[in-house]
Every structure is written in C-alpha cells, then in structure tokens.
Design a protein around this ligand. Structure first.
Ligand code: ADP
Ligand code: MG
Length: 242
C-alpha cells in the first residue's frame, strides 16, 4: 500500500495518484485507488460520483459491503473507492480503532488487489496518522521550491518525533529545468533524501487537461513528457516494491 501524501496542497498529489495508479494497472497489477480527500478530485478524474450509500461505516462490515462501494473505472485493472467516504465519519471510525486501521479496514478485499494507492488530503490528522501506520511508503511530491522542501523537513520531523517508521519517498513534480533554482534544488535532493525517487515530473499544461478529459495522461496523451515521466516513475517504484 502506497500513499500520495504532503502537508501542502496543490503539489500534484492527485495528478500523481491517478497517473501512477493507471501506470500500475497498465503494467498488469490489480489496483485500488482510494480517494481520501473530501474535495474528491481523484473521484472526478475517474468519472465517478463522490457519493456512497450507507457511508463509511459500511466498509468495516466486510467484503460484501465493500463490493457495493468499490467502483470499476474506465481504466482496466483500476478500481476506485470514491471520496465521500473521506469524511468526519471516517475520522471517527479511525479514532476508535488503533494503529494501522486503514490496513485493517481493507483486509476483506486484500486478496482482490495487488496494490492500494491512497490519495490523501493535505493535512496532519487522525487520518494521516492512520495512513502513516498503514502504508509501505509515503510518496511525497516536491515542487522544487524552498518552501516545499521545508514542508518535507516538517513531515520528517513529525515522523521522527513520534517514532513512526514510515519510509518517505520524495519525488519532484511541476519541475521546470529552465529555472536555475529548480535545477539546483533537484540536484541537492539525493544528499538529504537518499530515498528520493529519481524521475521528476515536468510542469506541462497537458497535466491540467486531465480535468477536461477526466482520464489519466496515458489515456489521452501517452507520448507527452509528463506521461512518460509517470511511466518511468512507476517503474522505479515497482522496482523498489519488488
Ligand atoms: N506536472 C504538472 N504540470 C502542470 N500542472 C500540474 C502538474 N501536476 C499537477 N498540476 C496541476 O496543479 C494543480 C494541483 O495539482 P493536484 O494534483 O490537484 O495537487 P494536490 O492533489 O497536491 O492538491 C492542478 O490544477 C493540476 O492540474
Ligand atoms: Mg489532491
């Protein structure tokens, strides 16, 4: 299980969750993408409705209940748990259970998927603590700016202070290699962040078109630089998971 996570909003978590999930699905993995952000952008990109009858309480009731809320998407091998489950209700559910609750909630469908990807809201909350305890790694998008690096340090400090052993795998998004500062920040990453993923996602307007096409890049612009960067990024992640 992986999470796209950052304390910061607008850094490409959702774009990355959708594109990486689509790449993993295209590589033949059975993927479940869980939209944990009440803003429901992932749900929108995958053409689903952010409404689930019975609500989140239903999820803990086992596999039959799960099958009623999980949606197939237009992408083969990719299923979606829509937002709207991401609510105060979910926070309550997580608060009353301990530790790796998300993993436990997903237990009934563990055998149905090879990979679960969580698209997280930009916050530190009960939900994020449960994410930290449940995932194999946090994929943290970094826009190459000083402030973005600072929030990465803040996340590191938070995890260290609480002895949370969750690996942090930063990767660069919205990169503009024409800008000196971007190049410098990208070059400085490996020293401080040995676990950083090496493939950067370039800044390109085609990524914004995902909102119009309501599809991952590989479905409508597979030859563009960001689509290929996401494919290579996924291959790098897959190698680490193997
Ligand atoms: N590589 C990119 N190039 C250009 N725009 C991007 C890129 N990645 C994301 N965006 C745009 O930036 C905005 C924020 O991205 P999003 O994935 O929603 O961030 P988050 O989920 O972290 O809030 C969106 O409008 C999205 O289309
Ligand atoms: Mg988002």
């Amino acid at each position: 299980m992986l999470a796209l996570y950052s304390i910061k909003g607008g850094v490409g978590k959702t774009a990355s969750a959708v594109n990486l999930a689509a790449e993993a699905a295209a590589a033949g993995h059975r993927v479940l993408l869980w939209d944990l952000d009440p803003q429901a952008a992932t749900t929108f990109y995958l053409r689903a409705k952010p409404k689930v009858r019975g609500g989140v309480a239903r999820l803990v009731k086992g596999k039959a209940a799960f099958d009623k809320v999980v949606r197939a998407t237009q992408v083969a091998n990719l299923d979606l748990l829509p937002a709207a489950l991401a609510s105060r209700e979910l926070d309550h559910l997580l608060a009353e259970r301990r530790d790796n609750q998300l993993r436990r909630i997903l237990k009934p469908i563990r055998d149905d998927y090879d990979l679960v990807i969580l698209d997280c809201p930009p916050s530190l909350s009960t939900l994020s603590e449960s994410v930290f305890a449940s995932v194999d790694a946090l994929l943290v998008p970094i826009v190459p700016t000083v402030l973005s690096l600072r929030t990465l340090e803040q996340l590191r400090d938070f995890l260290d202070a609480r002895d949370i052993p969750c690996p942090v795998w930063p990767f660069v998004t919205l990169a503009d290699r024409r800008r000196t500062l971007h190049r410098e920040i990208i070059a400085s990453l490996p020293e401080r962040w040995p676990l950083r993923l090496s493939h950067a996602i370039p800044s390109a307007s085609v990524v914004e078109r995902m909102g119009l096409e309501r599809a991952p890049l590989r479905a409508f612009a597979p030859r563009t630089a960001p689509a290929q960067a996401y494919r290579r990024l996924w291959e790098e992640i897959a190698q680490r998971l193997a």
